[in-house]
Design a protein. Structure first.
Length: 322
């Protein structure tokens, strides 16, 4: 379910974190978490954001939700430029933008029943009259595939997958326009991962939920997303339709893809193992940030930053060779 009207537009987003040190706690450096990231998300669209840890994907999710302030750039949500909105101005928008975490257990109060935990946001945002609260919570439990008796139970009585369903029910309770799901299945067993992905996918189709799905795992992202955005060291390397992933052009995307197992042995890809580790975002490489690990790098890559350009319809790539 997708249409072209953007729900979210991010333009040249920059986020740096100062690094303090020395006796006087002076700023001695900067972590470059995001270096000019642009993104759009249509209503009812799922964009998968993928990259290794430290690539800035979680910071991007948090900055979009204004849980951390951007250093530069623009965030336009539902036609409003919210970049410099204060906490006060953000309050009415909070219910429209929800987050689902990797570990829902950490965000659930162990002494609160699930019924109360899901009722809480409904009360804060006055979603339904008090006497209809329980009915609404039971409806949400059923939407995420949990039984009615979950209402009276405590978080420790659930498995990891069930807790993630609770986290999703809580996020959905306030009828959000956008949900940022930050590594929502990384802590789960593979079989349970598939159930949660199917649930999010169903919610997208049933309710037109727009989702920014963040994961380090391309295999997970490709299943759920309409479009995939690949990040490396705070920059976007490639954006393409999830259905066209096998046509990926950027050497980094190609290396990530080579690690994804394919069912058909005739189409097996040669695994590309990248040399070395991801460099520190404290001191990212000059030119193309990927040049220190790129098997295709040429001299120009060390000095010139490749711009994200349309290589083909619906495929943008930041690489000098494409
Ligand atoms: Fe590799 Fe150069 Fe392309 Fe960067 S610009 S991905 S280093 S070939």
């Amino acid at each position: 379910m997708q249409n072209s009207m953007p729900l979210l537009e991010v333009k040249n987003l920059v986020k740096t974190f100062p690094v303090k040190g020395g006796f006087f706690g002076k700023t001695v450096g900067e972590v470059h978490a995001l270096s000019g990231v642009s993104l759009f998300l249509g209503k009812g669209e799922i964009v998968g954001l993928v990259g290794e840890s430290g690539c800035g994907k979680t910071t991007l999710g948090r900055t979009i939700l204004k849980l951390t302030e951007p250093t530069d750039g623009k965030i336009i949500f539902h036609g409003k430029n919210i970049t410099s909105y204060s906490a006060e101005q953000m309050r009415p928008l909070r219910r429209e933008m929800q987050i689902v975490f990797q570990d829902p257990y950490a965000s659930l109060n162990p002494r609160m029943t699930i019924g109360n935990a899901i009722s809480e946001p409904l009360k804060v945002h006055k979603i339904v009259p008090r006497k209809e609260l329980k009915e609404k919570v039971l409806e949400l439990l059923s939407v995420v595939g949990l039984k009615e008796d979950a209402y009276y139970k405590y978080p420790h009585e659930f498995s990891g997958g069930q807790r993630q369903r609770i986290g999703i029910a809580r996020a959905l309770s306030v009828n959000p326009k956008l949900v940022v799901a930050d590594e929502p299945v990384s802590a789960l067993d593979v079989s349970i991962q598939a159930q949660i992905i199917n649930l999010l996918s169903d919610l997208n189709q049933q309710f037109g939920l727009s989702l920014l799905f963040i994961s380090h795992d391309l295999k997970v992202v490709r299943h759920i997303s309409h479009r995939v955005m690949v990040m490396y060291l705070g920059r976007v390397m490639e954006v393409l339709d999830a259905g066209d992933l096998s046509e990926a052009k950027h050497p980094y995307t190609v290396s990530l893809l080579s690690a994804v197992p394919v069912a058909d042995p005739k189409h097996k890809r040669k695994r590309i193992i990248l040399a070395g580790d991801v460099p520190s975002p404290l001191n990212p490489p000059s030119g193309c940030v990927f040049h220190t690990r790129c098997p295709m790098a040429i001299e120009r890559c060390k000095t010139e930053i490749p711009l994200l350009r349309e290589a083909e319809k619906d495929n943008q790539v930041a690489c000098h060779l494409v």
